[in-house]
Design a protein around this ligand. Structure first.
Ligand code: ZN
Length: 212
């Protein structure tokens, strides 16, 4: 990474919650969704179960909702708030979030145990990925996982080797997963696009099959 870009990212990060959020949203949820999609595809062929597991893999990041509150208050000229910094990586990034996601999957799917177990696993893969590669731009910006939050600070874990969120391992992982999505689309006739629109997915699959 160039020194100029590094400085720019550090400044963005220093701005506080929203700055950090913009930095994070550069890639993170997409990679999590790709991982969840592949996990769901490995566990089940049911579109509903697959979707429940895939969405569970990004659900933990829903605790970043404070970003909207903080930005909203800033835009409206109201007193500054720090909801993003308070709740993100705290509320759903642990056992509570995993149980919640498993519960939702169990409610919306017919094979409750499979869906719940898949969603539970998806959240834990998310936690593992964050533990490994969600550091901020400078080496001191390691993000821990508060596994028992928001109820307890016990079982807070971090890894000193955590690489930056936009580090090369995350980029390689994302590119490989996108490649797998293409191969899968050609082979199985379904892709991650189906999570958003079955019609768009059919068009995507047809386009991929024409080229692969
Ligand atoms: Zn996360």
């Amino acid at each position: 990474m160039s020194a100029g870009r590094e400085r720019m990212e550090a400044e963005l990060y220093e701005e506080g919650g929203p700055g950090r959020a913009v930095y994070e949203l550069a890639m993170n949820p997409i990679t999590h969704l790709l991982i969840g999609w592949e996990l769901g595809s490995a566990l089940t062929a049911s579109p509903r179960e697959r979707a429940a597991i895939a969405w569970a893999s990004v659900a933990a990041d829903a605790d970043g909702f404070g970003l909207l509150v903080d930005l909203g208050n800033r835009v409206l000229g109201r007193p500054e708030t720090a909801w993003y910094g308070t709740f993100h990586h705290v509320l759903f990034h642990g056992l509570f979030g995993a149980v919640l996601a498993a519960g939702v999957a169990a409610v919306v799917c017919r094979r409750r145990v499979l869906a719940a177990a898949g969603a539970f696993l998806a959240v834990h893969l998310h936690l593992l990925c964050d533990l490994a590669g969600s550091r901020g731009p400078s080496p001191g910006d390691v993000w821990p996982i508060h596994y028992l939050a928001p109820f307890s600070e016990r079982l807070t874990v971090s890894w000193a080797g955590q690489w930056p969120l936009n580090g090369w391992p995350n980029v390689v992982l994302t590119v490989v997963l996108i490649g797998v999505v293409f191969v899968q689309a050609a082979r199985d006739g379904v892709s991650l696009v189906s999570l958003f629109s079955p019609r768009a997915d059919a068009a995507f699959v047809a386009a991929v099959r024409k080229r692969l």
